[in-house]
Design a protein around this ligand. Structure first.
Ligand SMILES: [Zn+2]
Length: 241
């Protein structure tokens, strides 16, 4: 039984670290996601501002070409006006000129509004671009650090998993099953060293009779409180493990 306990002690030492390493690895995507929050927000805001900017620019361009067409019609009407021979032609040309000028006047206000809007959107786009570049630069280092750490963790997990597989294969089937069952339910810690009659994990005192049994080192027992597998840590053969 002693060799089995020794194996479990070695296994537990690995599993304790492995549990923490796996937890750290599982927290990575959330950490990386949190790092990108500001970047994501700025990227979205920039896309919206750019979309609006393009929209306003297109509307302005359309309006300017409409106005150019109106001006051309007015110029034509003005030329016609010079050459009118009848009252009817004069009235028609005058009406067209007035109508054109009214339209131009109305459009002028809209054009001014669009120009102002375009200018303010351009400023907004530039500002957001700068902010985004800054935010990206700020998190680039942290992102690289996290990525490196994730790589490191993967290697550690692979190494420890290999190591524990070798150890676990040497433990009796029913014992390793029980150990693994408790380990998964108890934050990676399935084995507890008992010193002076006290469970090293939950710190409950086991009864003197249980402690006597434990000191015989001839079977694996469970802590009456935390239900972890326990062993007598002060046994000479185990004390140094
Ligand atoms: Zn306990």
């Amino acid at each position: 039984m002693l060799d089995q306990i020794r194996l479990l002690v070695k296994l537990q030492a690995i599993d304790k670290v492995l549990f923490q390493v796996v937890q750290e690895q599982e927290a990575m995507p959330a950490k990386l996601g949190a790092l990108s929050l500001e970047e994501d927000r700025l990227t979205q805001a920039l896309a919206v501002a750019q979309g609006e900017f393009e929209d306003v620019r297109a509307r302005r361009k359309n309006l300017e070409s409409d106005m150019e067409a109106i001006r051309a019609r007015v110029r034509k009407a003005e030329t016609r006006l010079m050459a009118t021979k009848t009252q009817r032609e004069f009235r028609a040309a005058t009406a067209e000129i007035e109508e054109g000028r009214d339209a131009l006047k109305g459009n002028d206000d809209v054009l001014l509004e669009l120009m102002e809007r375009q200018e303010s959107l351009e400023k907004q786009v530039n500002k957001l671009s700068e902010q985004l570049a800054q935010a990206s630069a700020e998190v680039a280092g942290q992102r690289q650090e996290l990525t490196n750490r994730a790589q490191e963790l993967s290697t550690m997990i692979a190494d420890m998993t290999r190591e524990r597989t070798v150890l676990a294969s040497q433990v009796e089937q029913s014992l390793i099953s029980e150990y693994d069952f408790i380990r998964k339910a108890r934050q990676g810690v399935a084995l507890s060293a008992v010193r002076n009659g006290t469970c090293g994990v939950c710190h409950i005192d086991i009864t003197p009779q249980q402690f006597n049994e434990l000191q015989r080192l001839d079977k694996i027992m469970s802590c009456p409180s935390c239900k972890r597998l326990i062993y007598w840590a002060d046994a000479e053969a185990l004390a140094d493990l």
